[in-house]
Ligand binder design. Structure first.
Ligand code: GLN
Length: 192
């Protein structure tokens, strides 16, 4: 399995590192031709307005949407979650609009800009998942087809819809491989 990691900006190297540890091949994606032959894509954290501009600037917006519509699984973390969301609260910011959720950017507020906490993510097993949040969004609305996978203080921070998986936190900044493994085994390999 070859997993592309969008490498325009943000924490893409860390994702590659964890995916390598999971035993899959990876490829940095910066241009359209690099999407050819990838089985799935990871969109990292970073800054979603910048990432949106770069996606447009490198003409990657439509090719990614087309491949997603043809069945390519995508895992988006933090800014990657924002890029996948259909709606951003109080914003007209352009996204890939692939997963039926509304998100709010920087939603945990300034006082708790960044933090770590133990999450209960039942699909990853009983052991708590140490999650790193950095100026994180959370999901404010979900449509019917969405599986809510985790909450943090009642706020939805991890969800899936078919072949799309999103997390408001940064699994690539920990040594816990469970989230990436879940994406590889339960989503990307399933060809949902
Ligand atoms: N705050 C960023 C945004 O709104 C996301 C932060 C992150 O990816 N760590 O795009």
């Amino acid at each position: 399995m070859l997993i592309g990691v969008l490498a325009l900006q943000g924490a893409f190297r860390e994702h590659q590192y964890l995916l390598d540890k999971c035993g899959v091949s990876t490829r940095q994606v910066k241009k359209t031709s690099e999407l050819e032959g990838v089985d799935a894509l990871v969109i990292p954290g970073g800054e979603s307005t910048t990432m949106g501009k770069l996606l447009n600037g490198f003409n990657l917006m439509k090719p990614i949407i087309d491949l997603a519509n043809q069945g390519m699984p995508i895992f988006g973390t933090c800014a990657g979650l924002i890029m996948l969301a259909k709606h951003i609260r109080n914003s007209q910011q352009e996204t890939l609009a692939l997963i039926d959720i509304e998100v709010e950017r920087n939603a945990f507020g300034r006082q708790v800009d960044s933090f770590e906490t133990d999450l209960d993510i039942p699909v990853l097993g009983a052991e708590p998942y140490r999650a790193v949040f950095i100026r994180a969004p959370y999901i404010t609305e979900v449509s019917k087809g969405i599986n809510v996978l985790a909450r943090c203080s009642d706020k939805i921070v991890c969800a899936s819809q078919g072949r799309f998986l999103v997390a408001a936190f940064h699994p690539e900044l920990t040594n816990d491989l469970r989230m990436h493994r879940y994406f590889i085994e339960n989503i990307a390999r399933q060809k949902i």
